[in-house]
Ligand binder design. Sequence first.
Ligand SMILES: *[C@@H]1O[C@H](CO)[C@@H](O)[C@H](O)[C@H]1NC(C)=O
Ligand SMILES: *[C@@H]1O[C@H](CO)[C@@H](O)[C@H](O)[C@H]1NC(C)=O
Length: 342
Amino acid sequence: MILNQDIEIIFVEHILASIAFLISVLSACFSSGRIPSHIPRPPYVKSKKPPGIASGPEVHDEKGIECMRASGKACCPSSSVCWDFSEGAFLIISSLYMPVFTSTAKFHLSSGESGAVSAVEPGITTDEIDQAVHQMIIDNGAYPSPLGYGGFQRVSRVLEDGDIINIDVTVYLNIPSRFWVVFNAFTYSTDCDVQGYHGDTSATYFVGEVDEEARNLVKVTTECLDKAISICAPGVEFNKIGKTIHDHADKHHYGVVQQFVGHGVGRVFHSDPVVLHYRNNGRGRMVLNQTFTIEPMLTIGSINPIMWDDNWTVVTEDGSLSAQFEHTILITNDGAEILTQC
Ligand SMILES: *[C@@H]1O[C@H](CO)[C@@H](O)[C@H](O)[C@H]1NC(C)=O
Ligand SMILES: *[C@@H]1O[C@H](CO)[C@@H](O)[C@H](O)[C@H]1NC(C)=O
């Protein structure tokens, strides 16, 4: 039984907290680049050392699954509030209450139809894309997971006509449910305040006019991801993912990068299993309610990477193009549900 007095206290607390939340959201919207104070940080942020891959798979109960769906959604521009103007600028309404211009970023992130994505304008810098995606993530109430991850440093460069670019969005969502209900920008409500959850997705976009060779690489890479997702189900061996991707890449004479892998994702950013995209004899099997990423990276030429001195930037040794697509998926009774479909 709850006493009336308690209800009153809770109510006052709720209003005060809601006002504080509104103020912080408003300040977030007008102070791009910073993380508003109401957004919880993942635990690794203060450490300079990469946290590595946590042991044990991510398997969830019903509530955990809802939280995973929420963090998957938080990787996307707020649903149906993305307009494409003739110049390619886009506008996000961050919640039901306030329209926000997220710079004049000349790209369009809304398309989940991998391969069909277009519209990153030549001349834009990767920093500008980073800023706009950063803003989108905090507008969704989430934290951009790679920020503060093991000393991660970004480099900026100008994108040129004919480039292809992979935009990788990983978020950490940990929103107290009472705020969520009041300021719900999405069509779901969750109760994930005990524990944050990560969602992870990426897609390759065309910059201006892209030649046939690059277009085909992008197309085949998205087909590899789709085919790999389609074979997932409880009891299926993880090595079937590698075989599926490698077989399809071989058919088109593309290389499959081995040094970068998919991974369990959920309460932590990176956990077991390591998901290999090439043929292998790994023995693990998928289980019901497990979440992990699949993120094949294909190349036209060499699959060998060269790491720059910053310890983060990686290029193919022959400078040839590579493309990548990624989704976070949930293993269900029927197969797999894509949690990061925008
Ligand atoms: C899997 O998730 C469902 C909810 O979709 C839940 O009812 C069930 O208990 C979970 N099973 C396991 C083994 O975690
Ligand atoms: C990169 O890693 C090497 C070896 O761990 C280290 O000596 C070097 O200082 C690192 N460079 C940067 C820029 O962090």
